[in-house]
Structures are given as structure tokens and as C-alpha cells.
Write a new protein. Structure first.
Length: 359
């Protein structure tokens, strides 16, 4: 882990992103403002990864990866809710599209890249099977209950839950995610610990409490800037997507990818350092948090404000989700991975992106 004082870029890049975020409050980020805002956004992502790893090394596994997953997901949920409140009539399917995109990006894109580059560098990597199976069981229950069951109910027409059904789905999501966090951090914490692989970063002296608290403060501010800039740049992205003739849903995928980039880079770095357990903790934990926290939040807003909320996936997306869950169980069901599993997940991710652009 990084020693000594905080490097200048670790605070300068988040500061630049916050400045651009402040400018976006008064000036629309188009034309000349879009380029520096985009550069500041990408730079802030790398700074977020640095601070997340400082915190993770201080508190140890699995609390470090859980901290990053929760921080990103809470802010991501706030972004979705704010967009729903800004234009509720036009955003009934925003939560569904964002959650589905997050699951596909994490479970296929992030996991695929980690397995591919980890396999190239180390040939074969291992992780604790019990942790992956527990996460996949909860993920399957969450996705089916919230994204597939709405298509099968008859109380309301279309892929929409009735109010009582929506309340049940929200409570079920919280129970499932809360149970997983208890399982991960208390009851069976040892399932999520990184095996001793000889990586020098695992054995390096952890940073001080002051360094960790400073990194936590900067991390939260950086994540706010990342999500805020992603939101501010979304009109520009919509313009570019429309100019290319692509569906509007592509904008949600791009914004989700930007928001998830800190976790993605941290997971990839851990895989390359032969700490695949950390990568799996980040990836699967982030997918669970995206559903387990986002669905209850948007369901509460929908019920309180009596706004329409579309959750059910269409047939094409349902098939891709089912394929993702099936392949995840097969590829992660042995506790050992090679680059082949990474290729399989990346091909499914490519199919998700292709059919989103060419529906």
C-alpha cells in the first residue's frame, strides 16, 4: 500500500472535479466545458481508487471493499432518485435500466476483465468458494424478485408492481442485502478474507487512522463529484447518442459505467496483484448493493409520491440476465478461475452492449 504523505494528484484531481461540478450548477457543461469536465471526471476516478485502497488496507477485508461498494451505491441511488423527482413522468423505467446495467457491467464486464487479466498474469487464480456461492444465491433472489417477477403478476397491467407488491419487494430486498452484509462481516467473515498469496501490499504496514479518515473524507467528496459530473454531462451524452442514432437507454449505460469505474479499477488492480478474493468481494458486493439499496429507495419514492415505477425487464434483457446468472454459477462454482472464464463473461458483456445499441 502507498506509504508516506498523500501524493499531490490524490487531492488535486478531486478538487478539480469538485470545481467543475460547482461550475455545472451555473453553466451547462456543453461545448468547451464538456472536455475539461470529462478529463476531470476520469482523473477523479483514479483518485477515488487510491483513497478506497487506503481505507481498505486500514480496516482490512471485507470491510474495505464493503465501504467502497456502499459509498458508490448510496450516491448512485441518490442520483436516480433526484432524476426521478426532476422528471417523474419520463423516468418510470430509469431505476430498472440503471440497476440492470449495473448488474451486467459488474457481473460480466468487471468480473470478465478481472478473470482475463488475472489469468493472463497468473494463469490460474483462486478464491473462497463459499463467499461467491453466498453472493450468487442472494443476487439470483434479488434480480428475479425485482426484475423478472413484475412481468408475471396480474394485479396491475404491464411490468409494474401493485403498491403492496412493491412494498413487499422493497422489504425483501432489504432483508436479503442486510442478511448478506451480516453474513459477510460478522457470522462468516472468514469466507471473505484474502488468502495469503505473498503479495507485498497485503503485508505492508497499514496507514494510520489519520490517513484513513482523511482518505475517507476525500473519497466521499470525490464520489459526489464523479456522480455529479456524470449527471451534468448526461445531456451532452444524450446529444451524442442521438446524433449516432442509438437508443436513449445507451445514456444510462454510459453514466452507470462512469459511476462504477472506481470499483472496477480497484477490482482489476486486485486481480492483477493475485488478490482475486478482493476482486470478487468488490464485484459481487457491488452488484448486490446496487439492487438491495436502490430498489427499496426508489420503491419508497414511488409509493410516497404515487409515481409510476416500471421494474420488469423485456424478454431480451431477461434472457441476458438469466444467461449471466447461469454462467456466473458455472464459472465461479469451483473456486478456481482461468482466462477462459473471463473471455466467456466478456462475450456476454459485449452482447449486452451490442443489443443495447442495436435492439
Amino acid at each position: 500500500m502507498i506509504k508516506g504523505q498523500m501524493p499531490w494528484w490524490a487531492w488535486a484531481w478531486p478538487l478539480a472535479a469538485l470545481v467543475m461540478f460547482g461550475i455545472s450548477v451555473f453553466v451547462e457543461l456543453r461545448g468547451l466545458f464538456a472536455l475539461p469536465a470529462g478529463v476531470a471526471l476520469i482523473a477523479a476516478v483514479f483518485a477515488a481508487v487510491y483513497h478506497a485502497e487506503i481505507i481498505a488496507h486500514r480496516v482490512g477485508e471485507p470491510y474495505g471493499t464493503l465501504t467502497l461498494a456502499l459509498a458508490v451505491t448510496v450516491i448512485e441511488t441518490g442520483l436516480i432518485v433526484s432524476l426521478m423527482l426532476a422528471a417523474p413522468g419520463d423516468k418510470s423505467d430509469l431505476a430498472r435500466d440503471t440497476v440492470f446495467a449495473a448488474v451486467m457491467i459488474i457481473c460480466n464486464g468487471v468480473v470478465g476483465v478481472c478473470l482475463l487479466f488475472g489469468g493472463i498474469r497468473h494463469r490460474e487464480q483462486g478464491f473462497q468458494l463459499e463467499s461467491a456461492l453466498a453472493a450468487l444465491a442472494v443476487l439470483a433472489a434479488l434480480t428475479v424478485l425485482t426484475l423478472l417477477v413484475p412481468n408475471l403478476t396480474t394485479s396491475t397491467p404491464g411490468p409494474i408492481f401493485a403498491t403492496s407488491q412493491l412494498a413487499f419487494a422493497a422489504c425483501a430486498s432489504l432483508v436479503l442485502y442486510g442478511s448478506f452484509v451480516f453474513f459477510q462481516t460478522v457470522r462468516h467473515r472468514d469466507y471473505f478474507l484474502v488468502p495469503d498469496g505473498g503479495d507485498e501490499e497485503v503485508h505492508a504496514a497499514p496507514p494510520s487512522s489519520a490517513q484513513a479518515f482523511l482518505s475517507l473524507f476525500v473519497l466521499v467528496a470525490t464520489l459526489v463529484a464523479i456522480v455529479g459530473l456524470a449527471k451534468a454531462l448526461s445531456p451532452t451524452l444524450e446529444t451524442w447518442v442521438a446524433a449516432l442514432g442509438s437508443p436513449k437507454a445507451v445514456v444510462g449505460i454510459l453514466v452507470a459505467a462512469l459511476v462504477l469505474m472506481p470499483e472496477s479499477l480497484a477490482a482489476l488492480r486486485a486481480a492483477r496483484a493475485n488478490r482475486l478474493q478482493t476482486s470478487m468481494n468488490l464485484a459481487l458486493g457491488s452488484a448486490l448493493a446496487s439492487i438491495g439499496l436502490t430498489i427499496p429507495a426508489v420503491a419508497t419514492v414511488s409509493i410516497l409520491l404515487n409515481e409510476r415505477l416500471t421494474l420488469g425487464l423485456d424478454a431480451k434483457e431477461a434472457v441476458l440476465l438469466a444467461l449471466t446468472l447461469l454462467v456466473a454459477v458455472i464459472t465461479l462454482g469451483t473456486g478456481r478461475t482461468t482466462l477462459l472464464q473471463g473471455v466467456v463473461h466478456l462475450v456476454i458483456f459485449a452482447a449486452f452492449l451490442f443489443f443495447a445499441v442495436v435492439p
